[in-house]
Design a protein around this ligand. Structure first.
Ligand code: GLN
Ligand code: ZN
Length: 765
């Protein structure tokens, strides 16, 4: 029998139970016992679900209250001193590192004030991990028994699991040096951390674990030689320790071939590769195995919602079996299913034709099992036939294909994707038009999405209030936000985005070619989940999507009102894309749809328009080379298709967040003003990196993921630092990102202090 394996299951719960309980805990509404109880219930449910589906190898330690990489940092005592000095409970240290903590002193406890650790994209996914932060004083030691506890918890429930742990090389390489130790290269800590890995693995073995999924996803990146060499050191060290579990060295999201030499003769029990993403690596992967090593064949996509094409998957697995035999092949998900929604059965509103094309995490369990059965020679004829029919219906459906859109994309040329004049000329006209002060202040778009907003949105969705009542409510929210911004003296205003549930879904719902779910949530970071819409066919925009709200907001004020759209690449990246046409084609279609919207906004008198592209960096192919340079070309082009149809005096903004952006990647967008998440960057090298950015730039000045309020002095100090390297006349003053996850109280204080700092510098220059 060929075994089936699932690399990890979504931990959020089918009804977002994890979000509800963690947020209640943060708000002080439930205690930690309740938090832990819900966590335990979720784990039990997920294990049972997988067991009942017939999955042979089920993961444990895939659960986390915030982030699995952060869990490991806690487990290994990689905790910067600023988080330990308050004697917080471990779970509160976890949350303080994840989201920052600011708490007034009480009679028994001191005041707490720590910012969050840096959070970055998990490879090219929309998940974010908390970056391990190392310093010369980091003392690795085993601090937590989480992995062991959860293994035993499953065992108690009668489920034998394979614990998953991020491996030592990836863990170090994904981290960074703390600001007090900038000369430290994390990978040089390998020898120090290995004994702690050995200790953890040995504890897992004593608990009964026979094998461990050791994730080494950095193997799909271009690795410096030093890091490649670290594999040998690490895994030889571990293999020499007595009594450790078998290790399955696991990679995903890309091509391992360029690093195969680094892992070829490693003393591990087997490897897992992602053959959904790179089926071409099969032959080399097989050739690199030694005689006793197994190959876990990642063939059910952990990153999207499409039903697998069984016949293709089976062909690939059979090829592996032919060379290795049934005992050495495992049928697996390509990655953890963390990146897919929990259960398609919860979608009652999806069109039946479309629903039949989809498979969510729960459905993917049976897909893995079915393929394992098929290649083992069991009778799964009925499942195979149903799958074939479904795959065929999709490719021929009129939902998938729209000739008019295809024609319009074919007509895109240089002229259509270039602004009428170069930036200096545009800037001159924009100066006349807006007459902004030096250090213009603005925000990135959203304001707090209060409970009231969510309640009204829900009522409207359920038909409990009329469209008119809902519009009156939204308008009153817009007015509140406009008045607030005027009152605190911001220069370029926004309408606050109260009508948007999410920056991509909101547009997805209004575009043709999209389907959307009611409960298809996926974790983005911590308790923040997104519900990506799904691109099911050729995309176009039947009617204006945002004009009404922006025009209403502009009617309330003399100050410039910034229209707010989500860019083509971000729409693509934060949707589940089609897997039957290229990403480039989908981005260009989205670019055209947004171009229509940009032009409608301009015609309606909105002369500052921000087209957000926070996802542009995450879409960057993980390795350098042609795929990457092609991506940069079409990503920029689709943005310019969207934004270059406007007059010179119309000011195009763009915004980027979440990652180590390379200034060269955004120059080609030719936006007049860009704003970038920046507040947690403290490496002076990175600070100066954008200083020759040719157009205007706003480096984010405070962390919007945290309720912490920097003082005016702190803002002044930070801006002062930045102005040592940046030309003052190019510099905008803004937060890192939108404020939708914040409360009003901190938002008011944060922005008031930020504006005060801008005014301070206006007087000096
Ligand atoms: N305009 C969006 C907002 O303010 C941008 C969000 C983002 O970049 N993630 O919410
Ligand atoms: Zn952002």
């Amino acid at each position: 029998m060929v075994q089936s394996s699932v690399l990890g299951f979504p931990r959020i719960g089918a009804n977002r139970e994890l979000k509800k309980v963690t947020e209640a805990y943060w708000a002080g509404k439930v205690d930690k016992e309740e938090l832990f109880k819900v966590g335990k219930e979720l784990r039990a449910k997920n294990w049972k679900l997988q067991k009942d589906a017939g999955v042979d190898i089920i993961a444990s330690n895939d659960f986390s209250y915030y982030d699995q990489v952060l869990d490991l940092s806690l487990a290994f005592n990689v905790i910067p001193a600023r988080y330990t000095k308050y004697q917080l409970e471990p779970v509160d240290v976890l949350f303080a590192m994840g989201r920052g903590l600011q708490r007034k002193a009480t009679e028994t406890t001191p005041a707490v004030d720590v910012p969050a650790c840096e959070m970055v994209k998990w490879f090219d996914s929309n998940y974010h991990y908390v970056r391990p932060t190392f310093s010369h004083t980091t003392e690795f030691k085993l601090n937590s028994s989480k992995a062991v506890d959860e293994y035993l918890e499953a065992k108690d429930l009668g489920v034998e699991t394979r614990p998953v742990v991020v491996g030592p090389v990836s863990y170090l390489y994904l981290g960074k040096a703390d600001k007090d130790s900038l000369d430290l290269e994390p990978i040089t800590l390998l020898e120090k951390i290995l004994p702690v890995y050995a200790e953890l693995l040995s504890k897992l073995a004593s608990a009964g674990a026979t094998s461990v999924q050791i994730d080494e996803p950095v193997l799909v990146l271009d690795l410096p030689e030093k890091v490649q060499a670290a594999y040998k050191t690490a895994y030889e060290f571990l293999s020499k320790k007595e009594g450790l579990p078998k290790l399955i060295l696991t990679t995903y999201f890309g091509d391992v071939r360029p690093n195969l030499d680094a892992i070829k003769n490693l003393p591990v029990a087997g490897f897992h590769f992602d053959f959904v993403r790179v089926p071409e690596q099969l032959d080399d992967a097989i050739a690199s195995l030694s005689d006793d090593q197994t190959l876990s064949v990642g063939i059910i996509n952990g990153r999207n919602i499409w039903k697998a094409d069984f016949s293709k998957a089976i062909t690939l697995v059979e090829k592996a079996i032919e060379k290795l035999g049934k005992d050495r092949v495992i049928v697996a998900t390509s990655s953890s299913l963390l990146h897919t929604p929990v259960d398609l059965e919860n979608e009652t509103k999806l069109d039946a034709e479309i629903k039949d094309w989809f498979s969510f995490a729960t459905q993917k369990l049976s897909e893995v099992v079915t393929i394992a059965k098929a290649v083992s020679g069991e009778d799964v004829k009925a499942q195979l036939e149903a799958n074939e029919a479904s795959v065929k219906s999709r490719s021929t459906s009129s939902i998938t294909n729209d000739a008019a859109v295809e024609k319009r994309v074919g007509a895109i040329d240089e002229k259509l994707s270039t602004r009428a004049a170069p930036f200096p000329e545009r800037l001159a006209e924009q100066k006349k038009e807006f007459n902004l002060p030096l250090f213009p202040t603005t925000t990135i778009g959203s304001f707090p999405q209060t409970k009231d907003i969510r309640i009204n949105r829900n009522k409207f969705a359920k038909g409990q209030i009329s469209a008119e009542e809902y519009e009156t409510f939204i308008n009153s929210e817009i007015e509140k936000v406009v008045r607030f911004q005027e009152q605190i003296g911001l220069d370029v205003l926004v309408h606050g985005e109260p009508e948007r549930n999410d920056m991509v879904q909101y547009f997805g719902e209004q575009l043709k070619g999209y389907a959307f779910t009611t409960n298809g949530w996926v974790q983005s970071y911590g308790s923040r989940y997104v519900r990506p819409p799904i691109i099911v066919g050729d995309v176009s925009r039947p009617a204006p999507m945002s004009v009404k709200e922006s025009v209403y907001a502009q009617s309330l004020t003399e100050k410039p009102m910034k229209g707010m759209l989500t860019g083509p690449v971000t729409c693509l990246r934060w949707s589940f894309p089609r897997d039957d046409v290229s990403q480039e084609l989908q981005a260009l279609q989205l670019g055209l749809a947004l171009r229509d919207e940009v032009q409608d906004l301009e015609a309606a008198g909105i002369n500052v328009i921000q087209v957000d592209e926070p996802a542009i960096r995450e879409g960057l192919p993980l390795r350098a080379g042609k795929e990457r340079s092609d991506y940069l070309k079409w990503a920029a082009q689709s943005f310019r298709v969207a934004t270059s149809g406007v007059a010179n005096k119309t000011q195009i903004h763009s915004h980027f967040c979440y990652s180590d952006l390379d200034p060269n990647h955004i120059k080609a967008l030719d936006a007049d003003v860009v704003s970038i998440e920046f507040s947690k960057k403290d490496d002076p090298k990175y600070i100066s990196e954008f200083s020759d950015y040719p157009n205007h730039i706003g480096l984010g000045l405070f962390d919007i993921h945290s309720p912490r309020i920097p003082s005016t002095e702190e803002f002044i100090a930070r801006i002062g630092e930045i102005l040592k390297v940046y030309p003052a006349e190019n510099f905008w003053v803004n937060p890192d990102c939108g404020l939708k996850t914040r409360g009003w109280e901190e938002t008011k204080a944060q922005l008031t202090n930020m504006v005060a700092a801008a005014k301070h510098f206006r007087e000096k220059y």
